[in-house]
Design a protein. Structure first.
Length: 80
């Protein structure tokens, strides 16, 4: 039972990984910039901008873990 649960968790994580890779590209970053610019809550806008900047820096540094962490933070600040 434990082996089966671990196998299911592994397969699920492998299916999710490409989804994050698709979000971390220049087109998505530009889309996020546009969405953040339209935000009305200045505090959340500042938080989302900082997180997106961190994601862009991590993407440039080829830091996949940092990139997805910052992207998740940006999405959270945007209410996504």
């Amino acid at each position: 039972m434990l082996k089966r649960s671990l196998a299911i968790a592994f397969v699920t994580s492998m299916m999710i990984a490409p989804a994050y890779a698709d979000l971390c590209n220049d087109a998505h970053m530009k889309q996020m910039d546009n969405m953040i610019a339209k935000m009305t809550d200045a505090g959340k806008q500042k938080e989302a901008t900082a997180a997106l900047d961190g994601s862009k820096a991590a993407m440039t540094a080829r830091d996949n873990a940092g990139r997805t962490t910052h992207m998740d933070e940006a999405h959270a600040a945007m209410g996504m």
